[in-house]
Design a binder for this molecule. Structure first.
Ligand code: ADP
Ligand code: MG
Length: 345
């Protein structure tokens, strides 16, 4: 199996930390009584009109600047049409051809100290759907629409990751960054940071193989297991003379395997079109500069500063900058004990 290589691209849905929804004033607080936080706008009732949440836009700009991307001064919301019980409008408002964040990348450090620059394709703003609840009623499914309209930033990487470990290292770097920037609480149990993993395999030197997409994995450990399982499955399948089909798969954490859920839709199945209820999202250059001026020192820069200026070992610098609250605490402590960096660490 040694001449096989895996190709992985990740789509990460990050829930933005705004108090209200992306197009309405309803609360985004987690854990409320079902259906107590979905207003007429979230449900797309006739006669309502969505209004863009400026806080969500600001967070998208902050993220775009942090990854060295282009922040589009004009982007467009589109309707992504599909039928699902927890999507009462029959479409999701998302961005398609013109996303708000284009390109950029993340320098990803692995535990062995190696670095890899991971290019991003795009990040776009969209609303979340509601939730089907399967355990509230006997033999019936409930629908909780509190999550409908919650702001998401979907962050899409290029297919450049080559192992499950690398994918997890990328995810952890991204997770640290969105929390550091204050754009998301990153709470994975509550679904604020969830990942779709696209996986394909090819023999070295060959063009990209057909990918399968594993949906909604919400822990680092499960992402690693799901990708490893999927790589093995595809290699075995091809070596046995079979063909990988493009499809959506689910990871079963109990069995440690992925299973086919449905054939993969293509873009045309969604019948995307610009949402006539929303004007293009226009961001003034001054707004981008205002956000840039207020950017915090980023984790990678801070880590390097701890090593170069404070003389801390890489290990300490890495630990201290994995989480901003820890790092800020260290900074506050250091201010009271200058020149005692190692002791503070
Ligand atoms: P969608 O899944 O919405 O159809 P894209 O075609 O843009 O969207 O691809 C989504 C993700 O799939 C991206 O992260 C991309 O890097 C990854 N991807 C695309 N082709 C492959 C491939 N052959 N193998 C692995 N990942 C891939
Ligand atoms: Mg996808």
């Amino acid at each position: 199996m040694s001449n096989w290589e895996a190709v992985i691209g990740l789509e990460v849905h990050v829930q933005l930390q705004t108090a209200s929804k992306i197009f309405s004033g309803a609360s985004t607080a987690y854990g409320a009584e079902p259906n107590s936080q979905a207003c007429a706008i979230d449900l797309g009732m006739p006669g309502t009109l969505p209004v863009m949440n400026a806080g969500a836009v600001e967070m998208a700009i902050r993220f775009g600047l942090a990854i060295g991307a282009t922040v589009a001064q004009r982007s467009v919301f589109a309707r992504k049409n599909y039928f699902y019980p927890d999507l009462p409008k029959g479409y999701q408002i998302s961005q398609y051809e013109l996303p708000v964040v284009i390109g950029g990348g993340l320098d990803v450090r692995q535990d062995d100290g190696s670095h890899k620059f991971v290019q991003l394709t795009r990040a776009h703003l969209e609303e979340d759907a509601g939730k089907s609840v399967h355990d509230a009623f006997h033999a019936e499914t409930g629908v909780d629409l509190n999550r409908a309209g919650t702001p998401l930033l979907e962050i899409v990487s290029e297919p450049v990751l080559s192992s499950a470990a690398e994918a997890v290292a990328y995810l952890k770097t991204l997770h640290t960054l969105v929390r550091w920037l204050g754009v998301s609480d990153g709470n994975m149990q509550e679904g604020s940071f969830r990942c779709d993993a696209n996986v394909s395999v090819r023999r070295r030197g060959e063009p990209l193989g057909t990918r399968a997409e594993i949906k909604n994995v919400n822990s680092f450990r499960f992402v690693e297991k799901a990708i490893d399982y999927e790589i093995e499955r595809q290699i075995r399948l091809i070596e046995a003379g079979g063909k990988v089909v493009q499809e959506t798969r689910l990871f079963d954490a109990n069995k440690g395997e992925t299973r086919s859920m449905r054939g993969k839709e293509s873009a045309h199945d969604y019948r995307y079109f610009p949402d006539p209820d929303l004007p293009p999202l226009v961001i003034a250059a001054e707004d981008i500069e205002r956000v840039r001026a207020a950017m915090p020192e980023l984790p990678a820069a801070r880590r390097q500063r701890y090593i170069d200026n404070l003389g801390l070992p890489e290990y300490d610098a890495t630990l201290l900058t994995a989480d901003r609250t820890v790092s800020d605490y260290f900074e506050a402590l250091l201010a009271t004990l200058p020149a005692q960096a190692k002791l503070c660490a």
